[in-house]
Design a protein around this ligand. Structure first.
Ligand code: HEC
Ligand code: HEC
Length: 315
């Protein structure tokens, strides 16, 4: 009797402790997405990961999320300005790296999604990317016994629903946290880690020229800015204006994070800059430009934002 009692208590306790705890690095802002309505568990993350790598999510079963978001490039694409979608299609913008998403407020270059849970609907249904519908994804998943078993273990119920698919993907995306950089060690005042003299000079330049938009420690202020004077041709990407409808937002794009830049070329929303130097030079519309001689120090600082563990360890 006693043994049975102990086993029941142990299972009861385990069912409450089997959570996946997401790190909150020292000095970082509060998370914008906190999983209070989508309990983060190892089984949920594993399921989200399986979906992320599954080509069956696209209309013709050739493209997975991971086709355009590859771990070795910090979950961006491999040196491509535009990514390959289904058939002969290509995405219209440069694939974005995926990490620290639970701290973000809006997603995509124009902020077109304001909730991490619904963000995956955009690539799933975009005709240039996966060209599918959520209903079709759900139909296919429900035909798989192993998916049904996995979904049931995470969300209960007998049928897989569209909401479950989105919640599971969110669990996986949420666990992509990149925080183990040289910058973070210095920022958190971890003993023995110091910038070199050149990185220190770059950091000072960064704080006076870049930090108001690329605000540390997330390296974005979550705002939209235009780097170039508005182009008035019919093919121009109107950027933030597509979402807000305001003429003043024409050609504005989300201020991107500057973490892991060594893994994510080419740069900018259209992938038009293949080097960091070019991306910095592209900031033409506002003052405070950095002298050529200072660029090297600035780039040395930007390289302290490289998280090698993030791209190498299992995700
Ligand atoms: C064909 C390439 C492609 C595929 C497939 C793809 N993405 Fe993307 N992803 C992109 C591009 C391009 C952007 C930028 C979109 C924009 O600004 O319009 C992006 C943006 C994102 C963002 C926003 C990141 C940020 O910081 O704002 C998230 C999150 C994301 N994708 C997740 C996913 C998930 C999950 C899937 C699978 C369901 C997926 N993507 C499939 C190319 C792709
Ligand atoms: C007024 C706001 C603002 C300031 C100040 C600013 N940036 Fe940017 N930065 C942006 C925006 C917006 C983008 C994306 C633009 C686009 O895609 O068209 C960007 C993009 C970048 C990129 C490309 C990142 C990527 O993933 O594609 C780099 C690198 C960069 N900035 C570095 C810097 C540096 C270094 C400084 C200081 C010398 C700086 N920025 C100052 C707003 C700013």
């Amino acid at each position: 009797m006693k043994v049975v009692y102990i086993i029941i208590v142990a299972v009861f306790i385990l069912s409450f402790t089997n959570d996946y705890y997401l790190i909150q690095p020292k000095g970082w802002p509060t998370k914008n997405y906190d999983f209070s309505n989508n309990r983060l568990t190892p089984a949920g993350v594993k399921l989200g990961r399986r979906l992320f790598y599954d080509k069956a999510l696209s209309a013709d079963c050739t493209i997975a999320c991971a086709s355009c978001h590859k771990q070795q490039y910090a979950f961006s694409d491999s040196g491509l300005a535009a990514s390959k979608g289904i058939g002969t299609r290509t995405s219209t913008r440069n694939s974005m790296p995926l990490f620290n998403l639970v701290w973000a407020k809006e997603f995509m270059w124009d902020g077109g999604a304001n909730n991490l849970e619904v963000q995956p609907l955009a690539p799933l249904t975009n005709p240039n990317e996966m060209g599918n519908t959520l209903a079709e994804v759900v139909r296919r998943l429900n035909q798989s016994t192993s998916y049904r078993r996995q979904f049931r273990a995470v969300f209960g119920g007998t049928e897989i629903t569209g909401q479950h698919v989105l919640l599971a993907l969110t669990q996986f995306l949420g666990t992509l946290v990149s925080y183990r950089t040289k910058f973070d060690s210095v920022y958190q005042d971890i003993a023995a880690v110091k910038f070199t003299e050149e990185e220190q000079r770059g950091y000072a330049l960064f704080k006076s020229n870049c930090n108001r938009c690329h605000t540390e420690p997330m390296f974005t202020n979550n705002q939209y800015e235009a780097l170039q004077p508005p182009q008035n041709n019919a093919n121009a990407d109107s950027g933030r204006m597509r979402i807000s409808g305001a003429q003043a937002d024409f050609g504005k794009f989300k201020v991107p994070t500057l973490r892991n830049l060594v893994y994510t070329p080419p740069y900018l929303h259209n992938g038009s800059c293949s080097t960091l130097q070019a991306a910095i030079d592209a900031h033409a519309t506002f003052g405070g430009r950095v002298l050529a001689t200072e660029q090297q120090a600035l780039i040395a600082f930007l390289k302290t934002l490289t998280d090698k563990k993030f791209v190498e360890e299992y995700h």
